[in-house]
Design a protein. Sequence first.
Length: 379
Amino acid sequence: MKNAPSSKFVFSFLLSWALFGNVATTAASVKIKVPVTFVEALAPKDTTSSERFQKEYESAVAIGKTHSKNQLAKCGYEISEKLVFYDASDSIQALEQAKKSAGEGSWLLVGPRRSNHYLLFVKGAPDTPSVSLMASAKEVSTLGSLHLSMAPLNGEMAGVAVEKVKSLMGKNKASYLSVVSEDCVTCVDFAAEFDKSATKGGVKKLAEIKVVGESPDLEPVKKLIKQHSPKFVLLPNYSKVSAAVIHAVLPIAPETVFVGGDGWGDTKFGFVQNNENLDAAKGFTVRGFPPVAIGLTQFDLGKNILKDKIAPDLASGSALAIVRIFDGLAKFLCEAKPSDSKSFQASFKSKGKKQFSAPWGVSIYSLKSGNIVYSETRR
């Protein structure tokens, strides 16, 4: 027993082991916090949105964060999110909020869904990686690899819309009038892309008229409808303007088909759906998103959400895009392993598009009996 360690030595050893083990465990549990700011034109007083839409947005962020938390923790990360809402009528806020968020140190900015707002947003934070939920104007594709969108571009959606028109009425019978919100970047862009595809496809354009504001003067539109008798009217506008035009045209041209871009809303959000004045209207709209239940099946985080049976809390394309962003963010961080905002930016610039893009193709929704109903998806 001469060489047996003393009780004092044993105590010192156990104390050192306990202290070291505790430090090691603490070090393993320390996570890098990744600041992400979500900025959207969803102020409750805004007439083009609603409190319901804002609540769904908040719910989508909470669901996305909760369901990606474990995967991120295993890779040593934790999302620190901030939500900022502003009035859609004050578009300069998109630029100001981007500047502020970048100045506060956000690694990633999730920007406004409207193209004109997102283009301003990028100007406010040109060097901070950003992703728009729905921006689809052609200009978005020129912003570079630091600024992406979860939606297909207008050229893709317009091409699908033209093909759908031809299949419905034949290219020789398909003639159209365009009613375009000239104060909406993506609306003007979609109309131009539609014209290009229509010309290539032999679909005849009769006339175009520009309108301004959410409650435009529609008497000139009625005169053109009576003058040209188009087979269909192109409405590449947001839902409030589109609903107003449809309501004005129906009494004088009840057989007219209405064709929309990615702004009419869907079965729960927007002014076209469930509008009692539009029950007799018929047509279709193209969108960058399928119904949420279908979209969720196409990425890992979405599948987990479906398993937990909380998909009913998500109803819009914006919500679907938000949870897809969390899915992409978890995969991106675990693969790139950035340690700070600069390394995140560098990795995003070269590899961001892989995770922060839409996997859904272009979906077609029919307008009938006052409802916007999913029809098919084309890739």
